[in-house]
Ligand binder design. Sequence first.
Ligand code: ARG
Length: 370
Amino acid sequence: MPAPRLPDAAPPHELQEALAFLEAYHAETGAPGLAQRRQEVLRGGHLTLSSAELTHGARMAWRHSTRCVGRLPWASLQVRDLRQVTAAPEVFAHLCDHLRAALNGGRILPILSVFGPGVRLHNDQLIRYAGYRQPDGTVRGDPQNVALTGHLQRLGWAGGPGTPFDVLPLAIETQGQVTLFELPADAVYEVPITHPDCPGLGALGLRWHALPVISNMTLEVAGQAFACAPFNGWYLQTEIAARNLADEGRYNLLPAVAQALGLDTSRRRSLWLDRALVELNVAVLHSFDAAGVRIADHHSVTRQFQHFVELEAQAGRTATGRWSWLIPPLSPATTPVWHEQYDDTELKPNFVVQRPAWREQRSACPFLGK
Ligand code: ARG
């Protein structure tokens, strides 16, 4: 005879994940009451996470992020439990608060905000620069964001002023309805890029935003999925200077930087690309430091990562990692991670990348409510 099923019982694998999470939560935090909590879950067929559990779950998700080299401060992540928030204007107000609280006058704090069911963001980060495809096929702005920019325009965005650094509006989806919101200037802090001894580099008019806030990853804790759980740390200068501003498929600025530096660009063997790359990295670190905005460098962050690995071992855990993501794109072999190997197992809780909203199959009326 099959066992009777409770009317609103969660599927068994979710229950198992819920129980496994509770075990880990109580073991790691030393919180009392595991047996009672287990009973509640088994009896009710469902786990309602407390704020404390959700907070620790989000911290574990960061600790388990195999692509992140900046995990040493995982336990300091502040979690804003906004699971009761499901209306777009309120979501937007909380996102603006998140941006201001995380910037914290430049002493950036890692924060994650968790919203309620039916909420998701179409932007992959809260702050992104538009990429406008020009008639001649080139892109003004960030080529990585051409698809997002087009999507937002189809949703009704009129477009920005047309600079290479136009901040995109947020597309907040709640219960299938999408609404656009322009971020207020006081929520988007940007750093102008200058070089300590090459004024020509400063004259290029480059800038980057202070906060990377990832908003396209689902937080999975205890068998539950939180689709809107944007989180931030602080930048590592290579992300901006060795990729965003440098990649040929991004802002592709190394030729302009080399020219500002007066390098001989006629032969690749002059290593002008490499020299321009180093000076652009110097410039980004110098500029963030001058603006009083926290930023990591690849030499210190990789040493901190080694420390994280040691602390995890002391706690009886294996720090997981994906080597190809952990090594920096500048001078990787000068950092300790180059010489190590890592176990790339994906543990839970964790963050899972979402499919972009514009790639989803949608029926008849795709953009209800704009
Ligand atoms: N690489 C991404 C960017 O350049 C940010 C990823 C998260 N980085 C971080 N330091 N938390 O925007």
